[in-house]
Design a protein around this ligand. Structure first.
Ligand SMILES: Cc1cc2nc3c(=O)[nH]c(=O)nc-3n(C[C@H](O)[C@H](O)[C@H](O)COP(=O)(O)OP(=O)(O)OC[C@H]3O[C@@H](n4cnc5c(N)ncnc54)[C@H](O)[C@@H]3O)c2cc1C
Ligand code: FES
Ligand code: FES
Length: 491
């Protein structure tokens, strides 16, 4: 462990810049606009919701290639850029040799900008998409998913989506990756940024474990998509920070024979991609979790540790029977996720301990999994209710059942009475109705800005009915009968 201070070094506009890490909660957006005088990037909401501040961050991937990620500069703390490359809207025209980049030109040609406030953010999300698809335009739905973090109050989106498709029709202007990769490799051997008593960015699990033990009061920082808002919205002083994002062991998702092991600092995008590959029924919850820029920064470890009762990962992971691997120094223990929460935003972590990984047992052949998210907006919105259900049938009989809910109680939790009403019975309408009734014994939901108590309970019961319609042994309804995504695909 070192108390020496080292600056934050990252690649910006073709050169390595070094900035002191003495104000670790200063955001990338503040640095861009106030210090670098790159004012093309705008501030709208300062909470990751509108996308006006979208920039693209480049980093080395596991195979040594370049991964480009759109992220929200307004909630991203500057020190977390160390060892990475940053692109903003100012960089794009330069790539086109003075002419507009095809992304920008397509927005002009298709009338994708009116007041223009959202435009730099859209340009950067579109550019990340452009670079990720050297083969040509993705589907319109894929494009819409990639733009899920960008709001526009003027255009109505059609012209922006048109631009997103047409930008692939101009002669290609690809990023020259070789010099970027060279610079990132050099940066990876520079000392990690640190500021005694303020900021630490360990690179190995052992360093992290020792730091955490020595500084149990320090705040862990993963993707900062919760923590960032404590600064930008609540003006909180976070004290000393330990950043997890550079610990290679924590950033991996491993597919083992009997489990998917999600490192606590793996991004939400990585984690949901792995879960959805195993359980395709999770696709809708994946794509409706926040937005692409939030998922490219935030982690599933942070989502679970934060422990919001309306967090989307926990119900799904509990339905899947996930276990947390918790580390304190060299000591490792496992806690079932459905036993982890002890009250509103409270959990069983001991001082000096942290979440190392989430272990998700792989699918039993007979397990039928579904997860349904109810929120006011389709994209980029927090859930009012999220139900995740896993039933194992032996013929028509329910041999095992896990029903997990977010939004119905002070913590994400299983519905013990509803599960008891189902276990051992045939999965028929009488069993469904018994479980629906039992939900009233399991939960006394609150009324808040997202939904009333009565609505929450009613929607919870209705989601169970939908699940039954999809999974009943007799005459199950096909997904296209019930899924909005299926409708999109038909269109
Ligand atoms: C615009 C927007 C939309 C959002 N939409 C959704 C949504 O649809 N669904 C949803 O569930 N959430 C949503 N969120 C919340 C947030 O994105 C998630 O909770 C995210 O997973 C948090 O992860 P993070 O890595 O950013 O955590 P951070 O903000 O870095 O940390 C969150 C908390 O977890 C602690 N922590 C982090 N890692 C560990 C660890 N390994 N061990 C112990 N403690 C740890 C931190 O100290 C902190 O207390 C949204 C946020 C924004 C800004
Ligand atoms: S300013 Fe709205 S997402 Fe950053
Ligand atoms: S052009 Fe005005 S907000 Fe998008």
């Amino acid at each position: 462990m070192t108390e020496a201070s080292h600056p934050i070094r990252f690649l910006h506009r073709g050169a390595v810049v070094a900035v002191d890490a003495d104000a670790p909660t200063r955001t990338v957006l503040e640095w861009l606009r106030e210090d670098a005088r790159c004012t093309g990037t705008k501030e709208g909401c300062a909470e990751g919701d509108c996308g006006a501040c979208t920039v693209v961050v480049g980093e080395l991937d596991e195979r040594g290639g370049l991964a480009l990620k759109p992220v929200n500069a307004c909630i991203r703390f500057l020190p977390t850029l160390a060892g990475k490359a940053l692109w903003t809207v100012e960089d794009l025209a330069a790539m086109g040799g003075g002419a507009l980049h095809p992304v920008q030109q397509a927005l002009v040609d298709n009338h994708g900008s009116q007041c223009g406030f959202c435009t730099p953010g859209f340009v950067m999300s579109l550019w990340a998409c452009y670079e990720r698809h050297p083969e040509g335009a993705p589907s319109r739905q894929q494009l819409a998913d990639d733009l899920s973090g960008n709001l526009c109050r003027c255009t109505g989106y059609r012209p922006i989506l048109d631009a997103g498709q047409r930008m692939f029709e101009s002669p290609r202007v690809a990023l020259d990756r070789a010099p970027v990769l060279r610079a990132l490799r050099e940066l990876s051997s520079a000392p990690a940024p640190s500021q005694a008593g303020a900021y630490h960015a360990p690179r190995t699990l052992a360093e992290l474990a020792a730091l955490r033990l020595a500084r149990p009061e320090a705040r862990l920082l993963a993707g900062g998509t919760d923590v960032g808002l404590w600064v930008t919205k609540q003006m909180r002083d976070l004290g000393e920070l330990i950043h997890l994002g550079d610990v290679a062991e924590l950033r991996r998702v491993r597919i083992e024979d009997d489990a998917i092991v999600i490192g606590a600092a793996a991004t939400l995008e990585q984690a949901w991609a792995a879960l959805t590959a195993e359980w395709p029924a999770l696709r809708e919850v994946w794509l409706r979790f926040a937005s692409l820029p939030v998922r490219e920064a935030g982690t599933m470890g942070g989502n679970v540790a934060n422990g919001s009762p309306i967090g989307d990962s926990a119900p799904v992971l509990i339905a899947l029977g996930a276990t947390l691997r918790l580390r304190r120094g060299d000591a490792l223990r496992r806690v079932a996720l459905d036993d982890f929460y002890t009250g509103y935003m409270k959990n069983r972590l001991e001082p000096g301990e942290f979440v190392e990984a989430i272990e998700v047992p792989r699918a039993a052949a007979a397990q039928r999994l579904a997860a349904y998210k109810i929120s006011k907006r389709h994209d980029s919105d927090i859930s009012a209710v999220l139900g995740a259900f896993a039933i194992e049938l032996d013929g028509a009989r329910i041999a095992a059942v896990r029903l997990a809910w977010g939004g119905l109680a002070a913590t994400v939790q299983r519905a013990a009475a509803a599960e008891a009403a189902l276990l051992g019975r045939d999965w028929d309408e009488a069993a469904l109705q018994a479980a629906q009734q039992a939900l009233a014994a399991d939960f006394k939901p609150l009324t808040d800005v997202r939904a009333s108590a009565a609505y929450r309970l009613r929607v919870a019961r209705n989601l169970l009915r939908r699940y039954w319609l999809e999974t009943r042994p007799v005459d199950p309804l096909p997904p296209r009968a019930l899924s909005v995504w299926a409708l999109e695909e038909v269109r």
